[in-house]
Write a protein that binds this ligand. Structure first.
Ligand code: PBG
Length: 303
C-alpha cells in the first residue's frame, strides 16, 4: 500500500496533511510509509500582495492540486474546506472530512471588538470579516492583510494593522491555542466550512475512496455540506460576505446563515432548527435571506 497525499506547502497546510496521514495510518494499522506527503505549490501561495478576489478567487488554492490529482501525480489532496469552491469538477470528489475543529475566528490585538480604539485599522483580506466588523463597529478601517498565519501575525506586530482576525482552527493546529480572543459565533458567524479539513480524490478511484471512508466524520460532513449548500444556492463567491454555521442539536440540525453588504451597513440573518441538512433546506434558507434583503444587498449577490 502506497498512497500519495498532495498538499499546499504552507505550515498550516502541512500540519493538516500530517493529521490526514496519521488518521489513515491509525484507521488501517498501516506502517509509516503507506502514506507519502507530496507538496504542491499553488498560485495562492505565490501571490501575496493582492486581495484574493482580485487575482481570481478560490481556485487559486485548488487548481494546481486538481491538476496533480487528475494527472495521477497524487492520489489524494488535502484542503481546508473553506478554501474549496462550491462548484468542483465532476471528476473530483470529497471522500472524507476530519472531525471539525473550533469554528470561531480569533481577534489578535485587542481583548474584544468593543475594546478596539476608535478608528482602529483591522488587517484582513476577507470580505466576510471586514463586513461583519463594520456592522459591529462602523468606525473601524479595514486594511488589506494577506499571507499565511505567521506572516499576518508578524505584520500586526510590526504595526501594519492594529489588529487582525484569524481562524481559531488554524491557530490551534499551528500550536498557538493561547493566541487571540475567540469571537462568539453569534457576533461573527464563521465562513461556511471553517475549521473543516477535507480530502479529495479522483471520483472514479473507488479503492482510495474506501480507504478514506474510514476516517470520515459524518457529523462534520453533514454540517459542512449544509453550509456549502447555502453558499451554492446564494451563487456566492469570494466577493460576497457570507457567514454560515450548521450544528447538530438534540432536535436536529441548526443552521445559521447571514449575508452582508461589504460595508456592513446591511445584513440579513436566518436561524433554523430541526433540519435534516438536505440541499433543499439550504436552498430555502438562501432564498429566504435574499427575499428579506434590500434590492441593493440582493444586487450584490447578483439576484
Ligand atoms: N483562507 C485561509 C485559511 N483557510 C483555512 C484557514 C484556517 C483553517 C480552517 O478554517 O479550517 C485559513 C486561515 C484563516 O482564515 O485564518
Amino acid at each position: 500500500m502506497k498512497l500519495r497525499l498532495g498538499t499546499r506547502g504552507s505550515p498550516l497546510a502541512r500540519v493538516q496533511a500530517q493529521s490526514v496521514r496519521h488518521a489513515l495510518l491509525a484507521a488501517h494499522g498501516w506502517g509509516p510509509d503507506a502514506v507519502e506527503i507530496v507538496e504542491i505549490r499553488t498560485t495562492g501561495d505565490r501571490v501575496q500582495d493582492r486581495a484574493l478576489a482580485e487575482i481570481g478567487g478560490k481556485a487559486l488554492w485548488t487548481k494546481e492540486l486538481d491538476r496533480a490529482l487528475l494527472g495521477g501525480e497524487i492520489d489524494m489532496a488535502v484542503h481546508s474546506m473553506k478554501d474549496v469552491e462550491t462548484v468542483r469538477p465532476e471528476t473530483i470528489a470529497v471522500a472524507a472530512m476530519l472531525p471539525r475543529a473550533d469554528v470561531r475566528d480569533r481577534l489578535i490585538g485587542a481583548d474584544s471588538i468593543d475594546a478596539l480604539p476608535h478608528g482602529a485599522r483591522i488587517g484582513t483580506s476577507s470580505p466576510r470579516r471586514a463586513a461583519q466588523l463594520r456592522r459591529i463597529r462602523p468606525d473601524l478601517s479595514i486594511v488589506l492583510l494577506r499571507g499565511n498565519v505567521a506572516t499576518r501575525r508578524a505584520k500586526v506586530a510590526a504595526g501594519e494593522a492594529d489588529a487582525t482576525l484569524l481562524a481559531a482552527a488554524g491557530l490551534d493546529r499551528l500550536g498557538e491555542p493561547d493566541v487571540g480572543i475567540a469571537i462568539p459565533v453569534d457576533l461573527m458567524l464563521p465562513a461556511p466550512s471553517q475549521g473543516a479539513i477535507g480530502v479529495e480524490v479522483r471520483a472514479d478511484d473507488v479503492a482510495t475512496r474506501m480507504h478514506l471512508a474510514a476516517i470520515g466524520h459524518p457529523a462534520t460532513e453533514a454540517c459542512v455540506w449544509a453550509e456549502r449548500g447555502v453558499l451554492a444556492a446564494l451563487a456566492a463567491d469570494c466577493h460576497s460576505p457570507v457567514g454560515a454555521l450548521a450544528t447538530l442539536e438534540p432536535e436536529g440540525m441548526r443552521l445559521r446563515a447571514e449575508i452582508l453588504s461589504e460595508d456592513g451597513a446591511e445584513h440579513v440573518r436566518a436561524d433554523r432548527t430541526g433540519l435534516t441538512g438536505s440541499p433543499e433546506e439550504a436552498a430555502e434558507i438562501a432564498q429566504d435571506l435574499l427575499a428579506r434583503a434590500s434590492p441593493r444587498l440582493r444586487g450584490l449577490f447578483g439576484h
